[in-house]
Design a protein around this ligand. Structure first.
Ligand code: SF4
Length: 257
């Protein structure tokens, strides 16, 4: 069953996926109606080819969407569903964003909903192998904007002075014996993932960066923790450390240490 609390945020994303499927079905029916009015043989061939392709694609998307609903509803998943759910989600997500914007919904709210769904799927997945080598990825904007110490290359440059949460994150990841990386953007985040080859990632970022990051990293489970921006975007951001620790503990329980 959907758990209470976060259920509303998940429903927004699921609702938009459903609307996206209906939208694609409507587009398909209109194209089919227009083309089928013509009597030429070539048009019939084109019509039949497009129809068969579209029916197949819609069928796959509908199966993926149904698998997603089933998975979230039952809080369990099957390995064969993973790929089709991911394909359906990645295909329908951009359409969901456009439809959501037309309906007047805030883009960050929709992306937040996507992140909740993604986190939920990561937590209910059956892990056949133990998870090792956890990486906590943190955006550079969490560092106090006037801090003179460069920490993106060398984390030990941080004096843990308490003016930002970098020191807290260093302490937390040291205690848990896991990797921490502060990155200045998506490119560096991808580079860190390539170099460190983590078994799981706890990613802290804004809705936009988390959404693209989660979609970029395939095959590695990611739990996204949305940051807080009391001074606006990309400046002195912070994060709920309890949520970060919960995410780390989730992966630690799945590993052998
Ligand atoms: S905690 Fe570290 S990164 Fe943050 S302001 Fe102090 S020295 Fe700089």
């Amino acid at each position: 069953m959907f758990s209470t609390g976060k259920a509303m945020r998940k429903r927004l994303f699921i609702g938009l996926l459903g609307i996206s499927i209906l939208f694609l079905i409507a587009v398909f029916i209109i194209i089919w109606w227009l083309i089928s009015r013509r009597g030429l043989l070539i048009n019939k061939i084109i019509t039949n080819t497009i129809t068969a392709g579209a029916v197949f694609a819609l069928f796959l998307l509908a199966i993926g969407f149904a698998a997603l609903i089933w998975t979230l509803w039952n809080s369990k998943t099957a390995p064969f569903m993973q790929r089709i759910m991911k394909t359906a989600t990645n295909t329908l997500f951009p359409i969901s964003i456009v439809i959501g914007k037309i309906l007047g919904w805030n883009e960050d709210r929709i992306k937040n909903s996507f992140i909740q769904v993604s986190n939920h799927l990561v937590k209910i997945k059956n892990y056949e192998e133990p998870i090792n080598n956890i990486l906590v990825l943190v955006p550079h904007c969490i560092q106090w904007v006037h801090c003179p110490h460069k920490i993106t290359i060398k984390m030990s440059n941080c004096k843990e002075c308490g003016k930002c949460q970098v020191g807290d994150l260093i302490k937390l990841t040291k205690t848990k014996k896991i990797n921490l990386k502060v990155v200045t953007g998506g490119t560096l985040a991808r580079k860190s993932v390539k170099e460190l080859r983590p078994g799981a990632i706890v990613a802290i970022a804004c809705e936009r960066d988390l959404t693209s990051g989660i979609k970029d990293v395939s095959g590695i489970p990611v739990i996204g923790v949305i940051n807080e921006r009391p001074e606006g975007p990309c400046c002195n951001t912070c994060v709920d450390l309890h949520k970060v620790e919960d995410a780390i503990n989730f992966f630690l329980k799945k590993g052998v240490y």
